[in-house]
Write a protein that binds this ligand. Structure first.
Ligand code: CU
Length: 156
């Protein structure tokens, strides 16, 4: 066997049996696991942190990727409707960046507002006539065309 070949063999063997490589890999593994669980915990915690409504007298409504809750409201002509709209989604959402909005214009009111991720807004309007009206969010998931991003206001 030539000396060159012997050296190559020796180098290969050292690389394979290199014990310094193993701890490095497991440390990296642990760091990745901690990062994954850490961000999961952050997502869960940030989702529940902002759920308390700031106006207890208003109708509490949430808007998230799963839609409006509640998505049916009943109101009376001439009586103000006050809504505390809470957006629990965070800005990690790739679709719409966690931003939602509430648009109710058709024939009844002129409400068109945006709720930033993990925040809330209190607003009110007064229905002027009876009927069934629709509000929607058009910032995510296909917007206005998405059936879950809708709500119905029934004015009697
Ligand atoms: Cu939305």
């Amino acid at each position: 066997m030539s000396k060159l070949r012997k050296n190559k063999r020796k180098m290969l063997k050292e690389g394979r049996d290199n014990p310094a490589k193993l701890p490095y890999m497991s440390v990296l593994f642990v760091v990745i696991i901690i990062a994954i669980f850490g961000s999961a915990a952050y997502l869960v915690m940030s989702k529940t942190a902002s759920l308390e409504p700031e106006d207890k007298d208003a109708i509490k409504m949430t808007i998230s990727m799963s839609g409006f809750e509640p998505n049916v409201l009943r109101a009376k002509v001439g009586q103000p409707v006050k809504i505390n709209l809470i957006n629990p989604d965070n800005s990690m959402h790739t679709d719409g960046g966690g931003i939602h909005n509430f648009i109710l214009t058709a024939g009844l009111a002129n409400v068109n507002l945006t709720v930033l991720p993990e925040s809330q807004k209190v607003f009110s309007f007064t229905p002027t006539q009876t009927g069934e009206y629709h509000w929607y969010c058009d910032s995510c998931c296909g917007g206005k065309e998405n059936p879950s991003m809708h709500g119905t206001l029934i004015v009697a």
